[in-house]
Ligand binder design. Structure first.
Ligand code: NCD
Length: 341
């Protein structure tokens, strides 16, 4: 049994001064970009996540923190883990959860996106978790609404802030780093289809905000057209980069977002940029292997490599629930008023 003091919200009374944290986040009503948080905000979410990891390990992994609040997931794109993760997080905080599914909605009867989200707001919701194939849609939605918090669960090729938070959490805790150290001096390579990846964009912002050195490894056709302003280095030689890394972060080829042929063949991609068994053996023994999922085994990563001891892909998924609990709590949390616009 852990010796935890229960607060009114049911959170363990860990060494977190919630009122102080609340002060720092006054004005944060939405989570749209990882840039909204900055290094301090990211660190706060990670510290709070420790409490929710503890809650998630309990026999009854549930606290009353968001009792009476309603969270709706509004997904206009396919998703398994992100939608389930947010909905599980909201339920573990005792919020009521509604699911909106674009394919069976009145959008098919010609209703506009604006009317749809304003209809959802009119039902009295406190938080909308939004995923859309259009970059910037969560910002638009936040502009149309008056009251509820909007959380970006992935917009087009643009951003996926909670994925970046769960990645930062997984790296810092798996490497046993002190919270104040952030990712200072850590070397992380993001490998693969960076061009179409909102995960890569949010991860670069988050990892570098915490002090990591980030290298993008990809064929030129899978890099963004311009890397101006990206605080990263670029390599096309995965074999050379791998032995220097603390973390190799592998991305899926997002073929549904590719509008033209960008690769000679999948087989050639795997041969040049896939994390094969031979390549994984070039990593330091304690280096982490990460992937946001969904994994295409045998394409960007060998099946055995995805399952080998250094792979923390499953930990990313379970940490994702606790991180999203922390985000929902920070934005909507009862007890402490963190949601002041
Ligand atoms: C990613 C996404 O949808 O952006 N998955 C996720 O949310 N974990 C990455 C992908 O689709 O490859």
């Amino acid at each position: 049994m852990t010796d935890v003091r229960e607060t009114a919200t049911g959170l363990p009374g860990a060494a977190i001064d919630l009122a102080e944290m609340a002060g720092r986040h006054r004005g944060h009503r939405h989570l749209l970009s990882i840039a909204d948080l900055g290094a301090e905000g990211i660190t706060d979410v990670l510290r709070l996540t420790d409490s929710f990891v503890e809650v998630s390990r309990r026999a009854i992994p549930k606290v009353p923190a968001l009792r009476g609040k309603t969270v709706v997931s509004v997904f206009f794109e396919d998703s398994t883990r992100t939608r389930l993760s947010f909905e599980t997080a909201a339920r573990r905080l005792s919020a009521d959860v509604m699911t909106f599914s674009a394919s069976s909605s009145s959008l098919n009867k010609g209703e506009s996106l604006k009317d749809t989200v304003q209809t959802i707001q009119a039902m009295g919701v406190d938080g909308l978790v939004v995923r859309h194939s259009g970059s910037g849609v969560p910002w638009q939605v936040a502009g149309w609404l008056d009251g509820p918090s909007v959380i970006n669960a992935g917009d087009g090729w643009h951003e996926h802030p909670t994925q970046a938070l769960l990645d930062c959490y997984t790296i810092t805790r798996k490497l046993g780093l002190a919270p104040e150290a952030g990712l200072s001096g850590r070397r992380i390579a993001i490998v693969g289809d960076i061009r179409h990846s909102r995960v890569a964009r949010s991860d670069v912002l988050a990892f570098t905000a915490l002090g990591a050195e980030v290298t993008l490894v990809a064929p030129p056709t899978l890099l963004p057209p311009s890397l101006a302003g990206w605080p990263v280095s670029v390599s096309h030689d995965l074999d050379r980069v791998l032995p220097t890394l603390d973390v190799v972060y592998v991305l899926r080829l997002q073929r549904e977002r590719m509008l033209e042929a960008l690769l000679p063949s999948i087989r050639e991609y795997t041969a040049t940029y896939g994390l094969t068994r031979r390549r994984a053996a070039l990593l330091e023994e304690d280096a982490l292997i990460m992937h946001p999922g969904p994994v295409n085994r045998g394409v960007e990563i060998a099946a055995e490599v995805a399952d080998q001891p250094g792979s923390v892909i499953t930990a990313q998924v379970s940490n994702g629930v606790a991180v999203r609990m922390a985000v929902l709590f920070l934005l909507l949390g009862s007890g402490v008023d963190l949601a002041v616009a």
